[in-house]
Design a binder for this molecule. Structure first.
Ligand code: HEM
Length: 476
């Protein structure tokens, strides 16, 4: 998978010409959009169904503006402009107040929400847990956890694959990144927390906050606070156990519990807790969602399934996959990529300019939230033929030896960016793709999954949630 470009190329937006020049308005004006609508209509429209709302913004063009939640938003639906915001002009933007308010409401910090030097030193330390050599060392755990899950299933059983994928990715995460085998009660505590977060987030977005004064805690908020306190306690136990064990490994938990920043200082107790909470969430929820969609999409397409089975049987024979097989499992990777295209777990990204600027000639005021419309770009017919169809073959070409090989296609780089881009691209990208590929290949070898849930209507909660996805297990 192509590594997103992470070097920020300094560029002066006022003097730099580019090919969007011809479509620029003569005078810098705010972007077009549903300006006439009352703010509350947009707020409710976005809150009810953010994906539908953002898709509808495309009728105003690749840069569209609206007002909601008492602030200005600009929706960007063009890959070249996404690249400007994330990569070539990334120093002009930060995650922004709107995104931070979300983090504050959820009481989550960590590297995802840090900025400037604080972000840089955290990212530099944490990156050590994600080097190619470290990812290779996690691969066997990922396969072992998949096998463990499959062995817990019986032939003919109907499972909720969404729940099962969460259990799998959480166990794989704690085993690889924390070097710990999580007992079921610990897994349950984390899962309860993520569920409470989804419900709380939902109630916030559904306008409860718009209609109720914020000092009245909703039931969902009270439950979420209780679950957060519980997981914070769990994280404290993990750090204490690690310190007692005198382990000086280079997994993430050891890096935080015993490591140092580049300037020689150590992460504070609060920072350690924040990072671990963040990784417990970011490190399993998104990958679980992706794996769920991949399994469900596969079960709906016999041709793709047969092609995948052929690949897995040719490459692996009668053994489970290992890290060294990844480059030969091109169809498996294409299935993962295509699931992430159709259902990106984080379907839009948000940024805010440090000061007033322009984008494609439109004025973007400071304090404006710029929303990068990933879900719509991933399904835009300008870059994708048959955009709503599950077609892993769009990522494949025939190699010299008749085997399938991956190719990116002839489209702008940021027509596909499920892991973001630029310096703040997903730190867990390789981890996630490795897990997705290894888990899928292991599953295909051992079980056949049939759809019981026949349609999915994703909603945006903590990630792009498919809701319960029931599937029948047929053991091979
Ligand atoms: C399929 C799975 C995943 C997807 C689709 C995904 C997606 C993303 C995206 C789009 C971003 C950038 C957000 C932005 O620019 O606003 C991001 C950031 C991040 N992701 Fe992931 N992610 C996945 C898996 C993981 C895993 C497995 C981990 C950790 C083990 C992880 C940890 C993080 C962290 C810490 C950041 C913040 C990076 C920073 O700000 O420097 N993610 N992820």
């Amino acid at each position: 998978m192509t590594e997103p470009r992470s070097t920020a190329k300094d560029r002066d937006p006022t003097t730099d010409a580019d090919d969007t020049e011809t479509t620029r308005p003569a005078v810098e004006s705010p972007p077009p959009g549903p300006r006439g609508l009352p703010i509350v209509d947009n707020t409710i429209g976005f809150a009810r169904d953010p994906l539908e709302f953002l898709s509808s913004m495309r009728e105003y063009g690749d840069v569209a503006g609206y007002e909601a939640f008492d602030r200005e938003f600009v929706v960007v639906s063009d890959p070249g402009l996404v690249e400007e915001v994330l990569v070539s002009r990334d120093d002009e933007f930060w995650r922004g107040e709107f995104e931070n308010e979300f983090g504050e409401a959820l009481d989550i910090e960590g590297v995802f929400f840090a900025e400037g030097d604080r972000w840089r030193r955290q990212r530099t330390l944490l990156q050590n847990a994600f080097t190619p050599a470290r990812i290779r060392s996690y691969a066997d755990d990922m396969v072992a956890e998949t096998v463990r899950l499959l062995e817990e299933w019986s032939d003919g059983e109907v499972v909720d694959i969404r729940e099962a994928a969460s259990t799998l990715t959480l166990r794989a995460l704690t085993r690889s990144l924390f070097d710990l085998e999580f007992e079921d009660d610990r897994t349950d505590r984390v899962r309860r927390w993520v569920r409470a977060m989804g419900a709380y987030n939902d109630s916030e977005f559904l306008g409860v906050r718009v209609l109720l004064p914020s000092w009245i805690p909703s039931r969902a908020e009270r439950e979420y606070r209780r679950a957060t306190a519980d997981v914070t306690e769990l994280v404290g136990e993990l750090v204490a156990e690690r310190r007692r064990s005198d382990a000086d490994g280079d997994d993430l938990l050891s890096l935080l519990a015993t490591g140092e920043y580049p300037d020689g200082s150590s992460p504070s107790a609060e920072e350690i807790t924040d990072q671990l909470l963040l990784f417990l969430l970011a490190g399993h929820e998104t990958t679980a969602t992706a794996l769920t969609y991949a399994c469900w999409l596969l079960a709906g397409d016999n041709n793709v399934q047969s092609r995948l089975e052929r690949e897995v049987s040719t490459v692996l024979g009668d053994r489970d996959p290992a890290f060294a097989d990844l480059s030969d499992l091109a169809v498996t990777e294409a299935v993962g990529r295509e699931a992430l295209r159709l259902y990106p777990p984080l379907p839009f990204l948000q940024r805010e300019p440090h000061e007033e600027t322009t984008l494609a000639g439109y004025r973007i005021g400071s304090g404006t939230t710029v929303q990068l419309n990933m879900y719509s770009i991933h399904r835009d017919e300008r870059w994708w033929t048959d955009p709503d169809a599950f077609r892993p073959d769009r990522w494949l070409a025939d190699g010299e030896d008749g085997q399938s090989v991956l190719h990116g296609g002839d489209r702008p780089e940021y027509a596909y960016f499920p892991f973001g881009g630029g310096p703040r691209h997903c730190i867990g990208m390789r981890f996630a793709m490795t897990e997705l590929q290894l888990s899928l290949a292991t599953m295909v070898r051992r079980v056949d999954l049939e759809r019981v849930t026949t349609s999915i209507d994703p909603s945006f909660e903590v990630s792009l949630d498919p809701g319960p996805v029931e599937m029948r297990v047929r053991k091979r």
